[in-house]
Design a protein around this ligand. Structure first.
Ligand SMILES: [Zn+2]
Length: 324
């Protein structure tokens, strides 16, 4: 982004400093000699500030933008350039437009359309464009700390059918912590290992590595769950005649029925389904009372995969700087 310079000497010094920081164009006020064009829609005759993004010029209302994004516009516009208001050589005029560097032009125009209530109907009627529009609004609002734009974008995007990966991507990029929980659970439900390359490319590599690590841990732990039956009641119901037999049979039945289904290579059951499967078990060597106790016990268990997913969610939130 461009900032107003105080005088030539200061500008020279700033340019040198900025070059050191790797960005040579900062603080360079360029004169409009007809190389840039007024934007067809966002050139408001009564506007008070001319902004430039790439080769387009936008005449907008300084007061509106400053109110909307006090930190960003308030910040760059408060830097004095030593020029009087009305001076045509002042930065922010058609002759010396204020350059917004590093701003995606489509995002910027979507933001202006939202700000000036001029979102074309064709955009709102087309689900794909509408999605792009509000994603852009979210990106700009996050960058410039525009709370109303951010709230609007989040509300609108929540009504749309975004994939879990898209939700997680946006949540991490633009800090929407309340999207993380459901998105991560949905990604695990559809299997992390079946993510497509384009999905993986969307995710921050730290986030992706946390998901993969979680998936590996779950795989190991599911094998353990399949192998080791949940403990039976030590103090059985008085109607149970031979509890030792109950326990031995339970151990075998768990492995043969539940274990095999958990480890099925193509259609494994989820740990959420275990209690349904256990309810179907009726074995002559397990007393009905003990079987009933088992069902109650299993309904209360939080299986290890759920705990690992909760850990993954926690790690991602922590990475976002919003640990719970
Ligand atoms: Zn028993």
């Amino acid at each position: 982004m461009s900032t107003k310079s105080q005088n030539n000497a200061a500008t020279q010094q700033n340019v040198t400093l900025q070059q050191d920081a790797g960005s040579s164009d900062m603080n360079k006020i360029e004169k409009n000699e007809g190389q840039w064009l007024q934007h067809a829609d966002h050139w408001y005759a009564d506007g008070s500030l001319v902004l430039r993004v790439n080769k387009s010029l936008y005449k907008v209302h300084e007061g509106v933008l400053t109110r909307l994004a006090p930190n960003f516009f308030g910040g760059i516009l408060s830097i004095p350039d030593g020029k009087e208001p009305g001076d045509p050589t002042r930065e922010g005029t058609e002759l010396f437009p204020l350059l917004l560097e590093g701003v995606d032009i489509q995002r910027f125009e979507d933001f202006l359309a939202w700000n000036y209530h001029s979102v074309p109907k064709t955009v709102l009627d087309d689900p794909f464009q509408k999605r792009r529009f509000f994603m852009n609004l979210l990106a700009i609002s996050d960058m410039w700390q525009i709370d109303t734009g951010r709230d609007t974008a989040i509300t609108e995007l929540e009504k749309m059918a975004l994939s879990p990966v898209e939700r997680l991507e946006l949540a991490v990029k633009y800090s929407v912590p309340h999207w993380v929980d459901e998105a991560v659970k949905d990604i695990f439900a559809a299997k992390v290992t079946s993510l497509k390359d384009e999905d993986i490319a969307r995710l921050d590599c730290k986030v992706y590595s946390v998901l993969v690590k979680g998936a590996f841990m779950i795989e190991t732990e599911i094998r353990r769950t399949a192998q080791v039956e949940p403990a039976t009641e030590r103090d059985p119901d008085w109607r149970c005649m031979d509890h030792a037999k109950c326990c031995a049979t339970w151990k075998r039945v768990w492995w043969e029925v539940i274990g095999r289904k958990l480890l099925h290579p193509d259609i494994p059951i989820s740990t959420d389904d275990i209690h349904w499967e256990v309810k179907k078990i009726h074995h002559k060597d397990i007393s009905p009372q003990c079987m009933k106790d088992m069902v109650t016990e299993i309904e209360s268990i939080v299986f290890v995969d759920k705990r690992i997913i909760a850990g993954v969610i926690e790690a991602i939130l922590e990475f976002m700087g919003v640990g719970r």
